[in-house]
Design a protein around this ligand. Sequence first.
Ligand code: SF4
Ligand code: SF4
Length: 369
Amino acid sequence: MSDTAKTLKFVSKNSKFIAKNVLSKNDLSEVVKNMAKDLGASEVGIVTKKTLEGGPVSTDLDYVLPGAKSALVFAVPLDQNLIEPYLSKKDHSLNKNKIRTTTFTRGIASEIAEFLDMIGFESKAISPNFVYRKDTPNGIRDMKPIISHRYLAARSGVGFFGHSGHILTKEFGAAIVLASVVTTADLKATEPLPKSENYCDECKLCTAICIPKFIPKNEKTIIEMGGEEFEYGKRGDYSRCGIVCSGFAGLHTSKKWSTWSPTRIDLPEKDEDFKFAMLNAIPAYLQRPKNGDYFYHPLIPQYKLEYTCSNCQFICHPDKEVRKNRFKLVKNSGVIIEDECGNRKAVTPEEAEKIIQDMPDKRKKLYTN
Ligand code: SF4
Ligand code: SF4
């Protein structure tokens, strides 16, 4: 056997011993942080039970993995070049980029979890989205995440909370995908970013761009984790965002602009009415042609979920001028209409109105209420 083969055999046989006894806590922490960055993350942080102490229920690492000691959390950026064409409704490619980046981000989490497991630390990768607790009163229909990547990201310095409730990163703003790895490895916690570096100046463009008023004007949610306080806008019921972001609705009340959804249903005012509005919108959603790119979601009939908004996420950029310009792009982007094959394009509000009025009643019902 060659020397290299002998060395490899030794390392393989003793990898758990080497990791647990030779690599220091600091060294192992650096290894996994570098691994996340080498695989595609732009920002990475670490939380421990101590730094999450006193946090909301969705920061309980033991819920995910009994005996867990820490978690790695990281951000993967979306393609900035696709944001403005998306917001101006010239090119929908950002949707596919979001779907693929979400899968890619999960892949990084899986690789890191399996790596840690191989060197002796039981670990669990947590997907960026669409994985819910099953033990709440209504099971997955309550849509409670098993862990909140956002809370972990804020506490570990991956980014700041913006008024929108999104995690804002210094370079890519809110246009990121987050994932985590919960592990029994005792990793070294990273600190939150200094509040003075938070670029969120409460411009509230995220509030102004949110058709269902999910993002509030003024009210705040305040949480504490490991002796640090964090604050973000108090969000409405999640079905407010759900009905628009999932494409069931999408026309602004001014009727001058829309999301990428071709629908024009009226939205209720009260939180409690949004769930019913969503249920009412499902039959038309199922009958509309589908030829785009979709997430697969356990709660959507037929499981295909389209994302037609995310405007609050995509307009939020560290440079205020870019943010203002993106807001204008959305407001001037017109209204989406859809042909019988499911192809979509933006037209003026007047053209959209005429196209809808000229539709046969059966087809019109797919887009209006
Ligand atoms: S859009 Fe403005 S208010 Fe909203 S999170 Fe971004 S910087 Fe903050
Ligand atoms: S994705 Fe759209 S509907 Fe949902 S919170 Fe953001 S702006 Fe509002």
